[in-house]
Design a protein around this ligand. Structure first.
Ligand SMILES: *Cc1c(COP(=O)(O)O)cnc(C)c1O
Length: 461
């Protein structure tokens, strides 16, 4: 038996919650590459970005200098409704695995949206309201981001228009109803409400939609309607900034007990939860104060870090958004039906991409069936029913803990448990029925995606 000096759950006092977000870009020697205007190939200016995004968020997007950006009181108050999120010592999982490793997870599923996405949704809605806007538009795939944003918009009395990938709209009617409960209007994408949608439907009348296509529709709707702006739930620098609350709370909780992690693990879709979790620790590493191992875990079916190329690419299928430099599979890459909807994005945050290129972070990909095995093992001992996305991190954490069993090392492992899986029971059902498949794209499949990446001097040439 391990002695249990550290509680099962480390909670923080309200007074210990962060009052400022930490901006890891301030400590990066090689800054993430700027967004480019796809027409001129020049960095997007503040003016250009302000047509699409809220002004303060544009400032945050472009801010590579300030280490701390204070969290407005209204947002701090909202955070207090569902934060601090518990940091859990996974004693039961350790026991089950018979590992000398010490495992901790930061649980972000304690709110109705069921994920960490509310941390950024509330910030983005706040700045939209402050600017006097009528509403915001966005896309959602699996539905977590759309749900988080509808909650945030109803709190600030903003109109919220969500384009939901058509197959999810049909397969996840309960997610849709949660969004409508919070007053959002939800449109299956592609739709006849936008020019992009009409064009795509004319070309592919039977399409079930994609995230990239829903993004194009949401951007068109924001730009074409007075008093509306577009908001995005991951990938952007501003989103990683807001998500730094995850890492700051984690660090405060660990510091209270004098615990220093060896390995920090997170699942990576667009990179926001992982970026947020590791930010303050990465800052210490970049400043040469401490060293940690960071591991990004992605699905083998959508392996942007492990098999993608580092280049400027479009963020959406309709090619209306700016170009971002990132590890990408190409904006035309359509990942196979993987059940971790939140990890099916073709690219990766520019911040994480730069850190990965600089060798500050590792990445690995895992297959779907192994992920659900890990999810089930975790659920049975720790009680929480994890989201398929989060279970990618669980899988890697278990693998690292099992390595410790072999070597006898007492490593401290921290991972991000980003959310709950109640709306993913069809995926669990497939797993239980033995109907789940592990699709891994061939090099040829990937080449098709790479062929669609824009070519210009210094990019893909
Ligand atoms: C959206 C989502 C993710 C992935 O998004 P990131 O921006 O990479 O963090 C992971 N887990 C859950 C539960 C999600 O909803």
């Amino acid at each position: 038996m391990k002695d249990k000096k550290i509680p099962y759950k480390i909670y923080l006092e309200e007074s210990e919650m962060p009052k400022a977000w930490y901006n890891v870009r301030a400590d990066m020697k090689n800054k993430p590459a700027p967004l480019l205007n796809p027409g001129t190939l020049k960095p997007m200016t503040k003016e250009e970005l302000s047509g699409v995004f809220c002004e303060e968020l544009v400032d945050q997007e472009l801010n590579n200098e300030d280490r701390y950006i204070s969290i407005p009181n209204e947002i701090q108050d909202f955070y207090k409704m569902y934060r601090p999120a518990p940091l859990v010592r996974a004693y039961c999982l350790e026991e089950k695995l018979q590992t000398p490793a010490k495992i901790y997870y930061k649980f972000e599923g304690n709110n109705t949206s069921g994920s960490h996405k509310l941390n950024s949704a509330i910030a983005q809605a706040y700045y939209a309201k402050k600017q006097g806007l009528k509403g915001v538009t966005t896309e959602t795939g699996a539905g977590q981001w759309g749900t988080a944003l509808s909650m945030a918009c109803s709190y600030f009395d903003l109109d919220c228009k969500v384009f939901m990938v058509k197959c999810s709209y049909e397969q996840k009617p309960f997610r849709r109803e949660v969004m409508r409960t919070y007053g959002a209007s939800v449109t299956p994408s592609p739709s006849m409400e936008t020019e992009v949608g009409k064009r795509i439907l004319a070309e592919h009348p039977k399409t079930t939609g994609s995230l990239g296509c829903a993004i194009s529709e949401a951007v068109e709707t924001a730009v074409g309607n007075e008093g509306y702006r577009y908001v995005l739930g991951s990938v952007l620098n501003q989103v990683l900034l807001h998500q730094s609350v995850i890492g700051m709370e984690t660090k405060t909780a660990l510091d209270k007990y004098g615990v220093t992690p060896d390995i920090i693990i997170g699942c990576a879709g667009g990179g926001s939860n992982l970026g947020g979790l590791i930010s303050p620790f990465m800052g210490e590493k970049l400043r040469g104060e401490k060293d940690y191992r960071f591991i990004a875990v992605e699905p083998a079916s959508c392996p942007s870090l492990t098999r993608g190329v580092y280049a400027y690419d479009f963020c959406d299928t309709g090619m209306v958004c700016p170009l971002a430099k990132m590890y990408t599979l190409g904006s035309g890459f359509i990942p196979s039906a993987n059940h971790a909807g939140g990890l099916r994005y073709h690219g990766m945050s520019s911040i994480l991409s730069q850190l990965y290129a600089d060798g500050c972070m590792e990445a690995r990909s895992v297959e779907q069936t192994a992920v659900f095995e890990a999810a089930e093992k975790f659920a049975r001992v720790e009680g929480i029913l994890p989201a398929p996305e989060s279970s990618h991190a669980i899988k890697a954490a278990i693998d690292e803990a099992l390595k410790c069993r072999e070597t006898g090392e007492e490593k401290t492992i921290v991972f991000g448990l980003t959310g709950t899986g109640y709306f993913d029971m069809v995926a669990y059902e497939k797993f239980h029925n033995g109907e789940m498949t592990d699709y891994i794209p061939s090099d040829e499949d990937l080449k098709k995606g790479f062929d669609g990446i824009p070519k210009f001097a210094g990019n893909m040439e």
